[in-house]
Design a protein around this ligand. Structure first.
Ligand code: HEC
Length: 92
């Protein structure tokens, strides 16, 4: 019984983890504040509209990690990245 319920729980937990990266779980309003405070100095949000959210999250994570070069060294948490990407790609 215990084993069975574990098997049920694990895939749904994984699905949630995967889903957390998507715009559906992110807070675009919080992302807007981050973008305005940190990115707007150099970027116009409209430039990112319609871009692939998953790809952009990957890019930003690499920028934070320093494995992708970027004009400004970014310091963002994964949650901030998800939020800011939701805002940027949503084009709001
Ligand atoms: C000091 C200026 C500056 C700031 C601040 C800045 N960027 Fe950039 N960013 C650039 C420049 C310059 C480029 C490279 C030229 C371009 O693509 O516009 C770039 C490129 C990018 C790219 C495209 C990378 C690619 O692979 O094409 C993304 C995405 C990006 N920035 C996101 C952000 C986000 C998100 C923030 C805020 C958290 C931010 N940037 C803050 C200057 C800045």
């Amino acid at each position: 019984m215990i084993r069975f319920s574990r098997l049920v729980v694990v895939p749904s937990a994984l699905a949630m983890l995967a889903g957390c990266g998507s715009a559906a779980h992110a807070d675009a309003a919080a992302g807007k504040s981050t973008f305005t405070a940190v990115c707007a100095e150099c970027h116009d949000v409209a430039d990112f509209e319609g871009e692939d959210a998953t790809a952009m999250q990957g890019t930003l994570k690499q920028m934070v990690a320093g494995t992708q070069k970027h004009k400004k060294a970014l310091q963002l948490t994964d949650a901030q990245i998800a939020d800011v990407v939701a805002y940027m790609t949503g084009g709001e």
